[in-house]
Design a protein. Structure first.
Length: 104
């Protein structure tokens, strides 16, 4: 256990299948976020990673959930909206944009 209270679990050598999910997330954050920024230090990197993790866990669609974000449910019916009812939100420093219905 290190000084921050995090306990490591070292993997055996030559066993890449044991950490596939971690490797996939690292590849995702590198391709979708970090490769698109010039990083100006640890604080900037920490900010980008925090923003991307929040986006990844709460807004990004996932194939495993039929392309829905992980905290959303499948709607029963989808209605058409006009442009003035749609709000554009940006995440990860403007790198990612989503479109959501404006509050009434």
């Amino acid at each position: 256990m290190n000084r921050r209270g995090v306990r490591g679990n070292p993997l055996p050598r030559a066993s890449p299948n044991l950490n596939g999910r971690c490797e996939r997330f690292i590849e995702t954050i590198k391709l979708e976020c970090l490769a698109k920024f010039v990083i100006f230090g640890k604080r900037h990197l920490d900010y980008l990673v925090d923003e991307f993790v929040d986006y990844y866990n709460h807004h990004r669609s996932h194939m495993e959930r039929d392309h829905l974000p992980p905290v959303r449910e499948i709607p029963e019916e989808v209605e058409m909206l006009s442009f003035d009812q749609v709000e554009v939100r940006s995440y990860v420093g403007g790198l990612v944009k989503s479109f959501e219905r404006k509050a009434a």
